[in-house]
Unconditional design. Structure first.
Length: 495
C-alpha cells in the first residue's frame, strides 16, 4: 500500500481494479481477500484493502476508471521465462499429419532418456526451417503463437530459441502488446551418429552477430533480448565462448537447456570432452546470470557448481509427461535445488501446439513436487504462483514485473472465482489450481492496457489472427517442407 513519488502525470488516466481477491506475489506472498489495485499510466500506483486504495484514488489528480473485480482473483501477469515458438512446425513435426488415434504412437525422441543423436540432428535442422520462412509467414505465425500465450495470462515471455525469425517475434510482441525477451536459434554443431567429435554445421560468427544485433536494440518497455544456446549437444566451444563474451559485454542474462535428459551427459562427454554443466563453467557461462532449463541430470560436482554460482533453474512440469521426459521424478534434483534455496521458476517450454500453460505448470508443480516429497507444504499454491511470476521475472532479470507492488509495471490477470469450484473455499488460488486452467483467464492487462477481457482480445480480430496463421502455415509447409498439395488441401479446406 502506498503512493509512488513522481510517477503520476496529468496525461495518465487511472484504472482501479476494485474489490477482488488480490494475490500480490510480493516478498511476503500477501493476499487481500477484498482488495484493489490502482493503475496509473503503465505502473501500479496502489495495492491493498479496498478503502485504503479508494483513498489513494480519490487523491489522484487524474480521472480514474473503476473496473469491478468482485468475484475475481487479481494476480500478477504470468511470467513464462522458457518458451519456444514452434507453431510453424504444426503440420510436419509430429503434428497435424498424425492419425486421430494415439494408440499407434511410439516413444518420441525425448523419451527413455533421450535419443541424443536424433535430438541433436533435429535441433540443427531447425535453422534451415527458420531461414525458409518468408517475413510475412514468420510474422503471422509469431502473432498467433504469442497470442495463445497472452490469452492464457502470460504478460512476459522469455524466448529460449524459436522456430521463427527473431525480428518477427519482436514485431509480433509490439503489435500485440505482450512483453518479450527475445533470442535466436543458437546452434552451430551436431553430435552425428557414428562420429566421435562434434561437427560444426553453421557459421558461428553469423549466429553471434545475429544475437548482438538484438542486444543493440534501443531500450523498450516491451522488448528485451538475451543470448541463449539451444543445447550443449549443439554448441561448439567457439559459440560458447562468444556467447560468454556477449553476456559480459552487454550485462545480460543467458539461457540454455542443460541436464535435461538422462542420456545427455554421456553424449556431451563423448563429443565435447566434458559434461554439460562443466562445459558451461569452462566456457565462462556459469554464473548467477545463467538460467539453466530443466537441469535434472547433474552429478555431485555439477550440482555444487550450480549452487555455488547461484544459477536460476526453470522447469516445465506440465510438459514432461506428454513428451516422455523424466526431469522431475527420476532424480528429484529440481526439488533438491528448490529445497537448497536456488531460484526455481516455472515455464511452459514450447511445442507445435499450445502445451500446458502457466496455470497448468503451477498445478503440476504444486501436485508433483509435494507428491515426491510426501509434504503438502513444500510447494504451496502461493509458492507455485511465486514461481510463475516473481521468481520467473527475477530469472529474466526483469525486476519491475512479476509482483503487484507499487511502482511495478501494471501487468495483471483476473480470474473469475464464483461457482461451484470455489464455493466456501477461502483460498481461491487453491481452487483455481485444483479445477481451473488457462482457459479461465478472463482479463489480461499489460502495462495498464487491457488486452484481454472476457477471454477475448480487446484489440485484435482473433478470427483474422487464426486465418493469417493458417494461411502462413499452408504456404510454408508446401513450399519449404514439401508437404504435397493434396494433403494441404485436406488440412486447410477453407484456404
Ligand atoms: Zn525448451
Amino acid at each position: 500500500m502506498g503512493e509512488p513519488d513522481g510517477l503520476i502525470s496529468e496525461a495518465d488516466g487511472g484504472t482501479l481494479f476494485r474489490g477482488g481477491f488480490v494475490c500480490t506475489a510480493d516478498d511476503a506472498a500477501g493476499v487481500h481477500p477484498t482488495g484493489s489495485v490502482l493503475v496509473v499510466g503503465d505502473r501500479i500506483a496502489a495495492v491493498g484493502e479496498v478503502a485504503d486504495v479508494d483513498a489513494v484514488a480519490a487523491g489522484l489528480p487524474v480521472p480514474v476508471r473503476a473496473v469491478d473485480a468482485t468475484g475475481m482473483m487479481v494476480l500478477p501477469g504470468f511470467v513464462n521465462p522458457h518458451w519456444h515458438d514452434m507453431f510453424a512446425a504444426r503440420v510436419a513435426f509430429r503434428g497435424a499429419l498424425r492419425p486421430p488415434s494415439d494408440l499407434g504412437d511410439e516413444p518420441g525422441f525425448f523419451a527413455s532418456g533421450g535419443n541424443m543423436a536424433q535430438v541433436s540432428m533435429a535441433f540443427d535442422s531447425f535453422a534451415d526451417m527458420i531461414a525458409g520462412l518468408t517475413p510475412e509467414e514468420a510474422l503471422a505465425v509469431a502473432r498467433y503463437s504469442l497470442w495463445t500465450q497472452l490469452r492464457s495470462g502470460v504478460t512476459t515471455l522469455g524466448d529460449t530459441g524459436s522456430l521463427n525469425r527473431p525480428d518477427a517475434l519482436v514485431e509480433a510482441a509490439r503489435s500485440l502488446g505482450i512483453r518479450l525477451s527475445v533470442t535466436t536459434w543458437a546452434a552451430d554443431a551436431v553430435c552425428a551418429p557414428g562420429e566421435s567429435r562434434y561437427r560444426r554445421t553453421r557459421d558461428t560468427d553469423r549466429i553471434l552477430g545475429e544475437i548482438e544485433e538484438l542486444l543493440r536494440m534501443p531500450p523498450d518497455p516491451l522488448v528485451r533480448a538475451r543470448p541463449s544456446a539451444l543445447y550443449s549437444t549443439n554448441m561448439s566451444d567457439e559459440l560458447g565462448r562468444g556467447l560468454a563474451d556477449l553476456v559480459s559485454r552487454y550485462g545480460t542474462g543467458f539461457v540454455t537447456h542443460v541436464g535435461a535428459l538422462r542420456n545427455e551427459s554421456d553424449v556431451v562427454r563423448a563429443y565435447y570432452g566434458t559434461s554439460p554443466v562443466r562445459r558451461l563453467a569452462d566456457l565462462g557461462l556459469l554464473s548467477d546470470r545463467l538460467m539453466a532449463v530443466h537441469t535434472a541430470f547433474v552429478d555431485d560436482d555439477e550440482r555444487k557448481l550450480l549452487l555455488d554460482a547461484g544459477a536460476h533453474i526453470s522447469h516445465s512440469p506440465a510438459k514432461y509427461g506428454p513428451t516422455g521426459e523424466s526431469a522431475l521424478s527420476e532424480t528429484k534434483q529440481i526439488s533438491e535445488f528448490l529445497a537448497s534455496g536456488l531460484d526455481v521458476s516455472l515455464s511452459t517450454d514450447g511445442g507445435p501446439y499450445p502445451i500446458g500453460g502457466m496455470v497448468e505448470a503451477m498445478r503440476a508443480a504444486w501436485q508433483m513436487h509435494n507428491e515426491m516429497r510426501a509434504d503438502n507444504t513444500f510447494v504451496r499454491p502461493s509458492k507455485a504462483l511465486d514461481m510463475a511470476t516473481r521468481t520467473a521475472a527475477r530469472g529474466l532479470g526483469w525486476e519491475e514485473v512479476g509482483s503487484l507492488v507499487v511502482g511495478h509495471r501494471a501487468d495483471l490477470v483476473l480470474v473469475p472465482t464464483t461457482g461451484w469450484r470455489y464455493l466456501l473455499n477461502p483460498r481461491p488460488l487453491e481452487s483455481f489450481l485444483t479445477l481451473g486452467g488457462s482457459i479461465d483467464v478472463h482479463t489480461v492487462v499489460v502495462g495498464g492496457r487491457v488486452l484481454v477481457e472476457g477471454g477475448r482480445s480487446t484489440e485484435c480480430d482473433e478470427a483474422e489472427l487464426e486465418r493469417e496463421y493458417l494461411s502462413a502455415l499452408r504456404s510454408f509447409s508446401g513450399r519449404h517442407l514439401h508437404v504435397p498439395d493434396d494433403v494441404l488441401g485436406r488440412l486447410f479446406p477453407a484456404l
